[in-house]
Design a protein around this ligand. Structure first.
Ligand SMILES: Nc1ncnc2c1ncn2[C@@H]1O[C@H](COP(=O)(O)OP(=O)(O)OP(=O)(O)O)[C@@H](O)[C@H]1O
Ligand SMILES: [Mg+2]
Length: 513
């Protein structure tokens, strides 16, 4: 018998053990069901099962109730008797309570260790999605990234991106020659979207120290895999940020992890709660990318499990890749509900004992219609399964308990303080400052040169061709001289920003008044 995570009991009396085979756990999965049918508890028992098998997991905690994984269940819990009864029904004789090695993470750095990435790691495609940019705006973002690359400007935080965009705007004439039209309006629109992201608290996501993926993949000395819980309650207010962040994490894992083929058990399992947020209004290019990443990440030993109310929320190409399925009850109030239910039922291998469609409608809370991949990765016949009770606490822990877990974490301190390394913002700022200083020096030099000017102009006056106002402090001069001066000063300066500023200041200086 291949090693499996115990999920619950099936068969006529729920006495037949049902499991998720570890060898096929990287072939992805789906947990679906209407609200209140048991999805979160199912996620909890799967996380427990993977951790016990030495597989680290990442999951997002949308309502805060998964924090209970950090604490052992107890006989004092109000559902203790219900749990014992359920364990008896499904023949779960060695059911016991236990806590799991939880690490809390939080994009806002409040309910867990801060999670950060850099702007350049996120890349223009995901950023454009995050900022909901139009195609034209995305094009400009691409140019800005290109320019940053060429000029060796590190893009770490939002400040870097903002100053790079300002710079791109200032230099749009030259850049347009190479990359095509760069409109000020589009740059302004991107800047405004960045402000919205900042107001949503997104600024904290970008910066350093950036998340080290190895910190998500820890296995303890006791052999249990880390349970990484991402606080997502507040994050839900910014669904775009939530979906983009998880997608970034997924693509990052895909890029960083080595090929492992089909391992005995996954290297990591990723649970994507409220998965519909990823696909709502997503452009085809993005859905294609998710489909592609899901298909390829399997050979890196990463299993991805989507959790959503209706399986119809997941695009067909992706749904087709979700081999392990736990379908809790679906409602059938409207004609549309019934159609969805029928479509969901059609994707399973029929069990002669019951109709799949009826079962999906009828299963009780904490019960599900399941189909797991079996020998050779073939989907098993559909089964009505009573899901096992959790070993960790059902329901959230207190904020005090959470703080204690965070303080005891081996990662405590590693990410807590943001580091603001020298990057695009500082470099461009320094360049502008240097340019301003040079311009000042040039002005002073010009003042010193004033007697020379006067003499020069006096010479001109004698020739009688042009009269200069002798009262004027700064005198009009011959164009060739002006050009020479400008060139001389400008040559001292590096960077186009510097040159632009010089042009501004010196222009005024030499044009006279
Ligand atoms: N496997 C289980 N064993 C024992 N009780 C369960 C189990 N699954 C669900 N329950 C009971 O059902 C309740 C609701 O389950 P759960 O919170 O998982 O639903 P949900 O589908 O996540 O709902 P929502 O969509 O509102 O998040 C639990 O609080 C618990 O009392
Ligand atoms: Mg839930």
């Amino acid at each position: 018998m291949e090693k499996a995570i115990f999920v619950g009991g099936g068969g006529p009396d729920y006495g037949e053990k049902q499991g998720l085979t570890l060898k096929y756990a990287n072939r992805h999965g789906l947990i679906a069901g209407a609200t209140g049918t048991g999805k979160t508890v199912t996620l909890q028992i799967l996380a427990e099962g993977f951790s016990s098998a030495g597989v680290p997991v990442i999951l997002s905690d949308v309502k805060g109730d998964l924090s209970g994984l950090a604490k052992s269940g107890t006989p004092e819990h109000k559902l203790h008797d219900a749990f014992m009864g359920r364990a008896g029904t499904i023949g779960f004789d060695d059911f016991s309570y236990s806590a799991f090695p939880v690490t809390f993470w939080d994009l806002f750095g409040e309910q867990g260790h801060p999670v950060r990435t850099t702007v350049s790691e996120m890349g223009p495609l995901l950023l454009a999605r995050l900022l909901e940019l139009s195609e034209a705006q995305e094009g400009i973002l691409n140019i800005a990234f290109r320019v940053a690359d060429e000029q060796g400007l590190p893009l770490l935080d939002l400040k870097d991106l903002q100053s790079l965009l300002v710079w791109t705007g200032e230099n749009r004439d030259q850049l347009s020659l190479r990359y095509g039209n760069i409109s000020v309006a589009s740059i302004g629109a991107i800047q405004r979207r960045l402000l919205v992201l900042e107001n949503q608290g997104g600024a904290g996501l970008f910066g350093e120290p950036a998340l080290d993926l190895a910190d998500l993949m820890r296995v303890g000395v006791d052999g249990r895999g880390a349970v990484n819980i991402l606080a997502a309650d507040k994050l839900m207010a910014a669904p775009g940020l939530y979906a983009t962040f998880l997608l970034w994490l997924l693509s990052e894992l895909f890029e960083e992890l080595p090929e492992v083929g089909d391992p005995d058990k996954p290297k990591l399992v990723f649970f994507f709660d409220e998965a519909h947020l990823l696909f709502d209004d997503a452009p085809k290019a993005l859905v294609d990318k998710v489909e592609q990443v899901a298909r390829l990440i399997r050979s890196k030993g990463v299993g991805v499990y989507f959790i959503t109310q209706n399986p119809g929320d997941v695009p067909e190409d992706i749904l087709g890749q979700l081999g392990n399925r736990i379908q809790h009850a679906l409602r059938a109030f409207t004609a549309k509900d019934r159609k969805n239910l029928r479509l969901a039922a059609e994707t399973y291998r029929e069990n002669p004992r019951f109709s799949t469609e009826d079962a999906i409608r009828e299963v009780g809370v904490g019960e599900a219609v399941t189909s797991m991949l079996q020998k050779k990765g073939v989907p098993g016949i559909v089964e009505r399964t009573l899901i096992r009770p959790p070993s960790s606490q059902l329901g959230p822990i207190t904020s005090g308990e959470r703080k204690a877990v965070m303080a005891a974490s081996p990662l405590a301190g590693k990410y807590d303080t943001a580091v603001d390394r020298k990057s695009a913002y500082e470099i461009l700022g320094a360049r502008a400052e240097a340019a301003a200083k040079e311009a000042e020096t040039a002005e002073e030099a010009a003042e010193e040169l004033e007697p020379v000017f006067r003499e020069f102009n006096a010479g001109r006056r004698y020739s009688g061709s042009r009269v200069t106002r002798s009262t004027s402090k700064r005198t009009r001069s011959e164009p060739s001289f002006t050009q020479a001066m400008t060139k001389m000063v400008a040559k001292e300066l590096t960077g186009t920003t510097g040159r632009r500023i010089v042009r501004g200041i010196l222009g005024g200086l030499f044009k006279g008044r």
